[in-house]
Ligand binder design. Structure first.
Ligand code: SAJ
Length: 433
């Protein structure tokens, strides 16, 4: 086995998964090269800084870069292990696009040598790792590919990341890992690599099972959030507080309902279930409907907020939060951003945005007249508050500062807020006086 100090690892893609992964491997003493297509990302990392907000990542990256264990480049170099962590976005008709994975594998092919291990971590449709094998087989006929009857020169495995933004560095180490090999030997080779830095259990399986496992985890969460979001609509119609109902139902020993919100965001839960739908449209009505329920919840919140704002002519409105979830700076696929942008487009400069993780408003607000203000100014100047993200900062606002505000709390962060919901079908809020 190659010692930690001698091990050379290339991580392709220095995003939310690739950069923390590269840094954690570098901390073991390995020589890690991070590859990214963006020169600005490469320059930032080489200067010991980070381009994403993640707890403790800045200190870790500056340390491993200073010690010479992590550097970044746009061009690939030979290594012992290649970890592919590039995006797999949705294309037309919710079809997955694995173009970046195949491009990364093409780059790996150029420097691949006997003894190497290639690991795909990007969330991928079932069969993608086999496509990577087929590509490498075609591009490197001089090497024996995994599955070759007289042995293989290199290994290919699929090992999905499972980390939660905000807890990435902890979960990279503590979470169990599922490692799917193109062959059992490939899985064992990849297992040896993950054991260097993972404290959780590492379980081996086939590449196809590992790919489907990842999609299953995120589809499970999406379906469960859709259930909570559907309950919130029913509760609005019935004039019942959905958070109280969920809290009470969860006292049952076998019930554990998730939380409703303004919809589901981020680049995982709102995207990955479609990979399963695209793979088998005939057998995925539940998964597809859950996606649609969660997307429709955002439209419902826009309608609810618009009704509230229209009932308050001239009032200034504070939209609290743009991020896709609490305490992070990630606005990808964010329902909060979608709601705030729709309100800004409709109500212009009456709309103020409070987002402690933004230095300026994203492009979605261009020309809309809305502007970014801090929480204190919002409390002073806005009589309507639309809570879109459960950032700790917003949770901490005491009742005395908001008791006279008209509030639409889509995250249930202010249970003591004096408001009640009307049972009317439009779902508009009627406020207690
Ligand atoms: N949300 C709710 N109600 C809830 C929980 C979440 O509305 O009760 C919303 C959030 O506000 C957010 C969205 O769902 O908009 C997704 O947030 P999340 O915390 O459920 O998930 P992510 O996208 O941050 O991370 C998920 C995780 N997957 C699972 O929990 C099964 C993480 O472990 C994965 O590594 C990650 O996707 C990924 O990269 O695939």
């Amino acid at each position: 086995m190659i010692s930690d100090v001698e091990l050379k690892v290339v991580v392709l893609g220095l995003g939310y998964i690739g950069l923390p992964t590269a840094a954690v491997i570098a901390r073991t003493g390995a020589q890690v090269l991070g590859i990214d297509v963006h020169q600005s990302v490469v320059d930032t990392v080489n200067s010991g800084k980070v381009h994403i907000e993640e707890v403790d990542l800045d200190g870790l990256v500056s340390g491993v870069v200073a010690r010479g264990n992590l550097r970044a480049a746009t061009l690939i170099e030979p290594a012992d292990v290649f970890v592919i962590a590039v995006p797999t976005p949705l294309g037309e008709n919710h079809e997955p696009n694995i173009g970046y994975v195949l491009k990364a594998a093409t780059n790996v092919a150029a420097v691949l040598k006997a003894g190497d291990t290639v690991i795909l971590e990007s969330t991928s449709p079932v069969g993608t790792t086999e496509q990577v094998r087929d590509l490498l087989t075609r591009l490197r006929p001089d090497l024996k590919a995994p599955g070759n009857t007289d042995g293989a020169d290199y290994a290919i495995a699929y090992c999905p990341e499972r980390v939660l933004p905000g807890r990435i560095l902890v979960e990279l180490i503590d979470n169990d890992r599922v490692i799917g090999g193109i062959t059992p030997r490939c899985a064992r080779k990849a297992l040896g690599f993950y054991r260097r830095f993972v404290r959780g259990a590492c379980v081996t399986t086939t590449a196809r099972a590992a790919e489907m496992t990842k999609l299953t985890e995120n589809a499970f969460r999406d379906v469960n959030i859709a259930f909570a979001n559907e309950l919130s609509l029913i509760a609005d119609t019935m004039g019942v507080d959905v958070w109280e109902v969920i809290r009470l139902a969860n006292r049952h020993p076998r019930v554990n309902i998730l939380q409703p919100g303004p919809g589901v965001g981020g680049h995982c839960i709102a995207v990955d279930p479609w990979f399963l739908v695209a793979a088998d449209r005939a057998n995925t009505p539940l998964i597809r409907t859950a996606r649609e329920v969660n997307d429709r919840k955002t439209d419902h919140v826009i309608a609810q907020a618009a009704a509230l704002i229209e009932s308050m002519p001239g009032a200034s409105i504070a939209c609290l939060g743009l991020a896709f979830k609490a305490n992070i700076d990630d606005f990808r696929e964010s329902p909060a951003l979608k709601v705030a942008a729709a309100l800004a487009e409709r109500f212009g400069s009456r709309v103020k945005i409070v987002e402690p993780y933004a230095v300026m408003l994203p492009a979605e607000f261009d020309g809309a007249g809305a502007h970014l203000i801090d929480l204190d100014s919002a409390i002073e100047s806005c009589s309507v508050m639309v809570v879109l993200v459960d950032h700790d900062l917003f949770r901490s606002v005491p009742l005395e500062e908001r008791s006279r505000k008209h509030v639409l709390d889509t995250r249930g962060i202010w249970p003591d807020q004096p408001q009640r919901r009307s049972p009317d079908a439009a779902g508009a809020l009627r406020l207690a006086s």
